[in-house]
Design a protein around this ligand. Structure first.
Ligand code: BES
Ligand code: ZN
Length: 864
């Protein structure tokens, strides 16, 4: 028996080294025998030599991690020790026949698996997470996405403890065994890569429904949740149906199996996972009822459900050749789920929020030491490449493609992609080739979005020529160097623009300019007066725009632009200008907000977004050196003065909306009203005089409506006042038996702007309900503090950095993926002042000296 240990930390994988597999595995027959101390996995593989691979040796190398090999048979005959070789993370068999049946028996220890990769036990439930390279922690396998096989899975377990046994595909057989054990057999008729394998065993509440597909087939829908929480899965199952309908309508995609299952798990590193026919979700993206979930939670649930469901075509039926193609499935699926949420909730607000997200997560990534292209050319640890660049920038790139091709041509390209590559593992190039074929557009230059990292800056200058009645716009694009990419070539950038006159009427309603050159001039004819350009409408490209608008021009755009995103953008731009000037004069801002409050009566949801001051991180992003304390002070100051000046207006709006939103209902109109109401409340609660209002809403909403509870509690917690401690105790008592609500209790305290927050966070780490092994708890407490509470994390003493380093050290031993996620803020040290730089680096250097996971190793070596 040999125990293979965790993997080597320094191997770099290169895209250019991609080779087709030397062997294929066409069929996999798995038997899992689940016991309290260990699990025995018997794997029968039908293996076939790949004629196209140039491998005269006929060697088969399988991946395996932390496995105990019990036995191995080739075509029914046990292999002798000299016929195979076990190295750290591989099992090699030489002199393989062209066709073979390989039986491998391994032992694994799911109960001890804290990495939550492979098969693990969480809260008396067995579940798996195999993407990206978790299947090799279950059995020896060719664990790469271009090996597609049909799987049959038998699960044997104690019937009382684990009455429900699930895997991919359809249930084909089941039976009882001696000693209270039972077994089931699942068969997945579709070929799939190993990362889509899933197994679940446990006891659950089950919520069921049905969906009739466009061709009239009935799909059995099932959501399995922890016992006692079934009443919280009804919204989720409605969302599944919405997603199914939407994909049929918008992409012509029908669900393929007869059953679609989701299991919700409390200990899950990611948000959710698209395993074929058996998605596994973090509970936070399934469970919701008015008293414990906010509007945001409801919207996130629908979008994550849609995301994983959409993967069935973009990821599962057509999958990735290798992990360098990750954005082929993730960027595309994000683009699809964003479009879904826009249709379902609000086109403008969802677009605004997606852009905020991109700017806060992806832009800094592009500007830092971990910058990489949407199709990276190398990685050490693939888990580190589930990034905002692969996901969100990848989605933006596809949105641009759709803008360039137009809706119907883009759809034809998608149809061609599905038709041509169904059942295959393909590349981003294959995808772009489809778009090229249907459109006839040369996309060579466009592909630079996939290969060049960095956020381009586009500088625009407008000139009006009265005599000729022409207007010219000169666009100049530049892109800074990123690690290993010093020179950048021009991108093909779609600029959706409009022109307004002095009154705000449209002179030119909409045009898409194709920027191709480093500098390019566009001339508009018959322009009879000085126009005002509305640039990059809808954020038509993931760029930084540089155009000098006067305050008056920004006001005009904010009030009259026909593009809601650009109205928002004009407001943000104006606010940023004010926040960046030496003395913040808030009169203009309050005048603008007052105008918006009085005139923007059409869309409360959008208005709430308009009334939002840019985040500290977005303000910091604009600065050469991020001035943590200055930004905080200025931003708080501006908000306070808005709150004071507009107090009456906010109160009036608040009262009016409050009356209309007492009973919680989740629908577009109600969400819009609540969002605006709570935006008003958040301004009102900046003044200690309004604490009573916060207290009243908090006490009334608690137990009824989390959307109203949370902002009230936040306002109360963020300042010293008599009710503060009591409110936290009341909230704790209400939520102490509900893990997801407890996460909110931890997060609210970690986000607190008061100066002793780090001490509170340290204390909370010792709270009996805090658990370093549970990713949601870590994200709620550590993540909120270190990633979102800038003033307190970046305290001048460096105490926050030391705290994070110590936590990361502990986490790395339990769950390296979570550790790596948490470490991220330290990698951005170059953006801060010299003192903070030194303090942050110091902590990274301490980590660098220790033995750590490849996940951490990669982030540290790339950032110091
Ligand atoms: N395929 C991913 C899950 C995943 C991520 C597996 C990283 C392994 C490593 C899934 O489709 C996904 O993208 N989930 C997101 C949520 C989604 C809505 C953006 C997640 O888990 O954060
Ligand atoms: Zn995904």
């Amino acid at each position: 028996m040999t125990l293979s240990t965790t993997k080597e930390s320094t191997t770099v994988n290169y895209l250019k080294d991609y080779r087709v597999p030397t062997y294929f595995i066409d069929e996999v027959d798995l038997v899992f025998d689940l016991h309290e101390t260990h699990t025995t996995v018997t794997s029968l593989l039908r293996v076939r030599h790949n004629q196209l691979s140039h491998d005269p040796e006929k060697t088969l190398t399988l991946n395996g991690e932390e496995l105990i090999l019990e036995s191995i048979k080739l075509n029914g005959k046990s292999l002798a020790a000299h016929q195979y070789q076990i190295d750290k993370n591989t099992l090699t068999i030489s002199a393989m026949p062209d066709h073979a049946e390989l039986e491998i028996v391994t032992q694994i220890f799911p109960q001890k698996n804290t990495a939550l990769m492979g098969l693990y036990v969480s809260n008396q439930t067995y579940c798996t997470q195999c993407e990206a390279e978790g299947f090799r922690r279950i059995t020896y396998f060719l664990d790469q996405p271009d090996v597609l096989a049909k799987y049959t899975t038998t699960i044997i377990a104690d019937e009382k403890k684990y009455p429900i046994l699930l895997s991919n595909g359809n249930l084909v057989d089941a039976g009882k065994l001696a000693q209270g054990r039972h077994w089931v057999k699942w068969k997945d008729p579709f070929k799939k890569p190993s990362y889509l394998f899933a197994l679940v065993a446990g006891d659950f509440d089950l919520v069921r429904d049905q969906f009739k597909t466009i061709s009239g087939r009935m799909i059995d829908l099932r959501i399995y949740v922890e016992k006692g929480t079934g009443d919280q899965a009804h919204y989720a199952i409605q969302a599944v149906k919405e997603a199914m309908r939407w994909d049929e309508k918008n992409y012509g995609r029908e669900y393929d199996l007869d059953i679609y299952m989701i299991v919700a798990i409390g200990d899950f590193t990611m948000g959710a996972m698209e395993n074929k026919g058996l998605n596994i979700f973090n509970t936070k993206y399934i469970l919701a009822k008015p008293e414990n979930a906010t509007d945001e939670d409801y919207m996130n649930i629908a979008s994550v459900i849609a995301h994983e469901y959409f993967h069935n075509w973009t990821g599962n039926r057509v999958t990735c050749r290798d992990w360098f193609q990750l954005s082929l499935k993730e960027g595309l699926t994000i683009f699809r789920d964003q479009s879904f949420s826009e249709d379902l909730f609000s086109k403008s607000v969802m677009r605004i929020r997606d852009v905020i997200d991109l700017r806060e997560t992806q832009f800094p990534e592009d500007a830092g030491p971990l910058a990489h292209s949407v199709q990276p050319d190398s990685y050490i640890e693939i888990n580190n490449f589930y990034t905002a660049t692969i996901y969100n920038k990848g989605a933006e790139v596809l949105r641009m493609l759709k803008t360039l091709l137009g809706e119907s041509v883009f759809r034809r390209g998608m149809d061609l992609y599905f038709a041509r590559f169904d059942g295959q593992a393909v590349t981003i190039d294959d995808y772009i080739e489809c778009m090229h074929e249907v459109s006839g557009i040369d996309l060579k230059q466009f592909k630079r979005w996939y290969t060049q990292a960095g956020t381009p800056t586009v500088t625009v200058v407008g000139e009006y020529h009265e005599a000729q009645q022409t207007y010219t716009l000169t666009f100049t694009q530049t892109c800074l160097a990123t690690p290993n990419q010093l020179e950048k070539l021009p991108f093909l950038i779609p600029a959706r623009i409009g022109l307004l006159d002095k009154e705000g009427h449209e002179i030119l309603s909409e045009a898409v300019l194709h920027l191709k050159e480093a500098s390019q001039v566009f001339t508009f004819k018959n322009i009879t007066s000085v126009p005002l350009p509305s640039l990059f409408r809808g954020f038509s490209a993931p760029i930084k725009l540089n155009y000098h608008y006067t305050d008056e021009e920004l006001f005009l755009l904010a009030k009259h632009d026909s593009d809601a995103f650009n109205r928002y953008e004009a407001i943000q731009c104006y606010l940023l200008n004010k926040l960046q000037s030496a003395k913040t004069d808030s009169a203009g801002v309050t005048a603008l907000f007052q105008y918006l409050l009085q005139h923007e009566t059409q869309d409360d949801f959008l208005l709430a977004e308009f009334l939002t001051v840019p985040s500290e991180s977005y303000i910091g992003e604009q600065m050469a050196v991020i001035d943590v304390d200055g930004i905080h002070a200025k931003r708080e100051g501006l908000m306070k003065s808005i709150a004071e000046t507009l107090q009456d207006l906010f109160l009036e709006k608040y009262k009016q909306l409050h009356a209309a939103t007492l009973q919680y209902e989740f629908n577009r109109e109600a969400v819009a009203k609540r969002q605006l109401k709570n935006k008003c409340l958040s301004y009102l609660l900046l003044s200690p005089n309004n604490m009573a209002l916060g207290k009243t809403q908090f006490l009334a909403a608690l137990g009824q409506n989390m959307t109203d509870t949370l902002p009230a509690l936040m306002g109360i917690v963020n300042q010293e006042n008599a009710f503060r401690e009591e409110a936290l105790v009341i909230f704790y008592d209400f939520c102490k038996d509900d893990a997801l609500m407890l996460d909110k209790w931890f997060a609210i305290q970690a986000a607190c702007k008061l100066p002793d927050t780090l001490q509170t966070v340290k204390k909370l780490m010792a709270h009996p309900q805090f658990d370093l092994k549970n990713p949601n708890k870590v994200y709620a407490l550590i993540g909120t503090f270190c990633h979102r509470n800038r003033v307190n994390f970046h305290v001048k003493s460096g105490e926050g950095y030391r705290f994070l380093r110590e936590v990361v050290e502990k986490l790395d031993k339990l769950n390296p993926q979570v550790a790596a996620r948490m470490l991220k803020p330290l990698t951005t040290w170059k953006r801060y002042d010299k003192e903070r730089q030194a303090l942050m680096r110091e902590q990274l250097t301490i980590l660098a000296k220790q033995k750590c996971s490849p996940d951490l190793y990669e982030l540290i070596t790339k950032s110091v």
